[in-house]
Design a protein around this ligand. Structure first.
Ligand code: C2E
Ligand code: MG
Ligand code: MG
Length: 708
C-alpha cells in the first residue's frame, strides 16, 4: 500500500500491503466522499503518477486533474471527466462490478472496474488492456476476412456452371455446389454435409444420371482413383444419354474434389462442327476432304491392294439451268441428284459432292464390270426429269471411272484420272461413261486449249461459216443453205463443231458465238437472191438465257434479211426438258416471222411426241438413216414413215446426209421435199456458195460440185 508513511503499522496491514503490491493491476479505494484511501504501486505506474504526488485523503477532483496533466484522458476536459466519473461511482452502489474503458497517455487503453463496498467505498481496479484489445481487434479482423473468403468461395462454387463436390476419406460429402445438386437431381438434404457417396450413386442410378455400369464396380473404381492420388479425367455416358466429364483431384489427406461437367451440348456442337467440316452444306453429302480421306483409307487401310473404283460424275449442262432458272432451282436439282445417287449406291460405297455439279462415288467392292453397271445406272437416274411443283429441269450426266490400284496409287492420281475419263465421256456426247485410259492427259490438255481458245475466238476472227446447199427435189434447185460453223485454232488448226460446240456450251461461250453466227449467216444470206433461205443451228443452251429472241431480231434488222428467209434449227434435246419457257421462246421466234426446223429427227427417243409440242415448219431426217436406205427395206420403211408423217402435218421434209445417187433416188421416190448432203455439195465457203447460186437457179444435181 502506498500512502503516507505511518508509524506502528500492524502485522495485518503489512500483509495487506504485500498482497496489494503483488496483484498485476492498478488498485485503489475511494471513500464514499471521494477521498483516496488506498492504492498500490501499479496504480501509480498505470497513470504515470510520480510517487510524491499521490497522498492519502486526496480528493477525486485533484487526482483526476493530475491524471489529465499526466497526459491521460487526452480527449476529455478534466472537469467534465471528473463529473462523469463521480456520477459513475455514485450510480454504482448496489455491489455490482461496473466496467468502463478510458484512454491513457501513450495511446494506451485502460479498463477500470469498480465495486462498491458498504462502509468502505469503491474498490477500483485499473488494467492496461491495450494489447488485449489489439489482439482481439486482430482476431475480429481475421474472422471477418475468413468470413469474407468463405462467402467468396461459397459464391464462386455456387455460381460456376460445373458441379463441384468434395468427399472425405470415408466417402462422405464434405461440400458440393448448386450445379452438382442440380446435375444429379439431389435434394437439399441429400446435398448436405455427411451424405454417403453410395447414397448419391444409388440416387443417380435410380434417376438415370449414371453410367449403365455395375454400382459396386463403380464405387470400387472411385476408391482406386482416391488411393491413386493422381488427377483423373473421365467421361461417362449416362443411362439417359447425356455425357458427363468428371475430373477427380484426390486430396493428400484422403478424400477427393471432383468437378462435374455436362458436355452433351459441347460434344454435339463438336460433332456438328466435324460434320460441317467434312460435309457439303447443301446436299449433306461427304465433301472432297472426307472423300479423299476415304480413298486414302481404301488405299492404305486393311483392305490395301484390293481393287476399288472411283466414279467422277458431272451433270451435263447444269450451268445452263443455273443461269436460266436461278440458283434455287439449281440447288434443288443438286440436292435431288445427290439423293438419287445415294439411293443408287446405298451401302456399296460413298457418294460425295466435290463442288458445283461435281459428284463422286467410291465403290468399295469395285471391279470394272460392276463400276460400268453403276455408271450406266447413275447416268440413267440422274437423267430422269427433276420435278419441283410447276418447275422442272432435265439434264443428263457423264461419268468417268478410275479403277484402283491400277489407275493410280494416290487419292489425287485416282481422282484426277477419273476426271480425265469424265472429260472424255463429255466430249463423246455426254450422258455416257468412260473408263480412264493412259494418254487421256493429252486429250485433257487439248480440251483446256479449246476452253481458253474459245473465250476470244470471236474477237480474234478465228470463226468462220461454211454453207451447205439445200436442194428442192421438185425443181432440183438450191433453195437455201445451212450455215455450219468452223473454227481455225491458231495452233491446233481446223476444229470440228462436234468437238468444240460442247466445250462452248460448257463454258458459256456459246452465247457470244451463237450471236455471231446469227449475224454472219444473215449478212451472207442477205446477198443471195430472195427467197433463198439460210438455216442456222441453235444450241439448246442459247434458250437458257434471255436475249435469244433479241439476238435474232437484231441480226435480222442489221442484215436486212427478211425474217421468213431465216430458218432456225433446233434439236429435240431442247424439248426434252419440255419447259414452258423454251416453247414460249420458240413461239416468240416464230412470231418474228422466222421458220423453225427440227434437226436430226428420228435419233431421239421421243421425236414424235415433240411434234405436238410445237408446229415445226420442217423436219430434217438424220443422216444416220441414209446409210443403208438403199439396201435395207427396214430403213427405207422408217424413212418413208417419217416423210409421210411430216407431209401429213404440212411440214417440209429434208433428208440429210445424202451421199449417193441411190439414196437420192429412194428419198425422192418416197416423196421427200428437200435433200442435203455430199452428193450435191459439202459445206463450202461464202463466195463459193454465192457462185453456186449465181451459176443458175435451175441446176441439175449432176452439175453441182460432188462431195469429195
Ligand atoms: P447438223 O446441223 O446436223 O449439220 C449437218 C452436219 O452433217 C454437218 O457437220 C455437215 O458437214 C454434215 N454433213 C452434211 N452432209 C453430209 C453427208 O452427206 N454425209 C456426212 N457424213 N455428213 C454430212 P458439221 O459441219 O461437222 O456439223 C456438225 C454439227 O455441229 C451440226 O450438225 C450441228 O449440230 C453443229 N453445228 C454446226 N454449226 C453450228 C452452229 O453454228 N451452231 C450450233 N449451235 N451448232 C452448230
Ligand atoms: Mg443442222
Ligand atoms: Mg442434222
Amino acid at each position: 500500500m502506498v500512502h503516507e508513511p505511518e508509524a506502528g503499522r500492524s502485522g495485518e496491514a503489512l500483509l495487506l500491503e504485500a498482497a496489494l503490491q503483488t496483484i498485476p493491476f492498478g488498485f485503489c479505494v475511494w471513500s464514499p466522499d471521494f477521498s483516496l484511501l488506498l492504492w498500490n504501486q501499479r496504480y501509480l505506474d498505470i497513470y504515470g503518477f510520480p510517487r510524491a504526488t499521490i497522498v492519502r485523503g486526496m480528493n477525486l477532483r485533484d487526482v483526476v486533474a493530475l491524471s489529465c496533466r499526466m497526459g491521460n484522458h487526452p480527449d476529455l476536459d478534466p472537469d467534465v471527466f471528473f463529473a462523469s466519473y463521480r456520477q459513475q461511482l455514485l450510480s454504482n452502489r448496489a455491489g455490482l462490478r461496473a466496467i468502463s474503458h478510458e484512454l491513457a497517455a501513450g495511446g494506451r487503453t485502460l479498463e477500470t472496474a469498480h465495486v462498491y463496498a458498504q462502509g468502505l467505498g469503491w474498490v477500483v481496479t485499473h488494467e492496461d488492456v491495450t494489447e488485449e484489445i489489439a489482439r482481439s481487434d486482430m482476431l475480429a479482423e481475421r474472422k471477418r476476412e475468413l468470413e469474407l473468403q468463405y462467402a467468396l468461395v461459397d459464391a464462386t462454387i455456387n455460381n460456376i456452371s460445373h458441379g463441384v463436390s468434395m468427399f472425405d476419406a470415408q466417402f462422405r460429402l464434405v461440400t458440393c455446389n448448386r450445379a452438382f445438386r442440380e446435375m444429379y437431381g439431389l435434394s437439399e438434404e441429400m446435398g448436405a454435409r455427411g451424405t454417403a457417396y453410395a447414397t448419391i450413386i444409388d440416387h443417380r442410378i435410380a434417376t438415370g444420371r449414371h453410367a449403365p455400369v455395375d454400382r459396386d464396380d463403380f464405387l470400387a473404381e472411385r476408391r482406386a482413383i482416391m488411393a491413386g492420388g493422381r488427377f483423373v479425367r473421365e467421361v461417362i455416358k449416362t443411362a439417359s444419354g447425356t455425357y458427363l466429364s468428371l475430373r477427380h483431384q484426390p486430396l493428400r489427406g484422403g478424400g477427393v474434389v471432383t468437378t462435374h461437367e455436362d458436355i452433351t451440348e459441347q460434344l454435339a456442337a463438336e460433332a456438328r462442327m466435324r460434320h460441317m467440316a467434312t460435309h457439303d452444306a447443301l446436299t449433306d453429302l461427304p465433301n472432297r476432304a472426307l472423300f479423299r480421306e476415304e480413298i486414302e483409307k481404301a488405299l492404305a487401310g486393311p483392305a490395301a491392294g484390293r481393287s476399288f473404283c472411283l466414279l467422277s460424275i458431272n451433270l451435263d449442262n447444269f450451268k445452263a439451268i443455273n443461269d436460266a432458272d436461278g440458283h434455287s432451282l439449281g440447288d434443288r436439282v443438286l440436292v435431288e441428284a445427290g439423293q438419287r445417287l445415294s439411293q443408287l449406291i446405298g451401302a456399296e460405297g460413298m457418294v460425295a459432292r466435290l463442288g458445283g455439279d461435281e459428284f463422286a462415288v467410291l465403290l468399295t467392292e469395285g471391279n470394272p464390270r460392276r463400276a460400268a453397271d453403276v455408271a450406266r445406272r447413275a447416268v440413267k437416274v440422274l437423267s430422269k426429269p427433276y420435278m419441283f411443283g410447276a418447275r422442272s429441269a432435265v439434264l443428263s450426266a457423264s461419268v468417268g471411272i478410275a479403277v484402283a490400284p491400277g489407275d493410280g496409287q494416290s487419292a489425287d492420281a485416282l481422282m484426277n484420272n477419273a476426271d480425265l475419263a469424265l472429260l472424255r465421256a463429255k466430249s463423246e456426247g455426254r450422258a455416257t461413261y468412260n473408263f480412264f485410259e493412259a494418254g487421256m492427259d493429252a486429250s485433257l490438255q487439248r480440251r483446256r486449249l479449246l476452253e481458253t481458245g474459245l473465250r476470244d475466238a470471236v474477237e480474234r476472227g478465228e470463226l468462220s461459216l461454211v454453207f451447205q446447199p439445200l436442194i428442192a427435189l421438185a425443181t432440183d434447185t438450191i433453195v437455201g443453205a445451212e450455215a455450219l460453223l468452223r473454227w481455225s485454232h491458231p495452233t491446233l488448226g481446223a476444229i470440228a463443231p462436234s468437238e468444240f460446240i460442247t466445250v462452248a456450251e460448257d463454258t458459256g461461250a456459246i452465247h457470244d458465238i451463237g450471236a455471231w453466227v446469227l449475224l454472219e449467216a444473215t449478212r451472207t444470206a442477205a446477198e443471195w437472191p430472195a427467197p433463198l433461205q439460210v438455216a442456222v443451228n441453235l444450241s439448246p443452251l442459247q434458250f437458257k438465257r434471255p436475249g435469244l429472241v433479241e439476238a435474232v431480231r437484231s441480226a435480222l434488222s442489221s442484215s436486212g434479211l427478211a425474217p421468213e428467209r431465216l430458218e432456225l434449227e433446233i434439236t429435240e434435246s431442247l424439248l426434252l426438258d419440255n419447259s414452258i419457257a423454251n416453247i414460249e421462246t420458240l413461239f416468240a421466234l416464230r412470231a418474228l416471222g422466222t421458220r423453225v426446223a427440227m434437226d436430226d429427227f428420228g435419233t431421239g427417243y421421243s421425236s414424235l411426241s415433240y411434234l405436238r409440242a410445237f408446229p415445226f415448219d420442217k423436219i430434217k431426217i438424220d443422216r444416220a438413216f441414209m446409210g443403208d436406205i438403199a439396201s435395207r427395206p427396214e430403213s427405207r420403211a422408217i424413212v418413208k414413215a417419217m416423210i409421210g408423217l411430216g407431209t401429213s402435218l404440212g411440214m417440209t421434209t429434208v433428208a440429210e446426209g445424202v451421199e449417193t445417187a441411190e439414196q437420192l433416188a429412194v428419198v425422192r421416190a418416197e416423196g421427200c421435199t428437200q435433200v442435203q448432203g455430199f452428193f450435191h455439195s459439202p459445206p463450202v465457203g461464202a463466195s463459193e456458195i454465192s457462185a453456186m447460186i449465181r451459176a443458175g437457179r435451175r441446176v441439175q444435181a449432176a452439175n453441182l460440185t460432188r462431195a469429195g
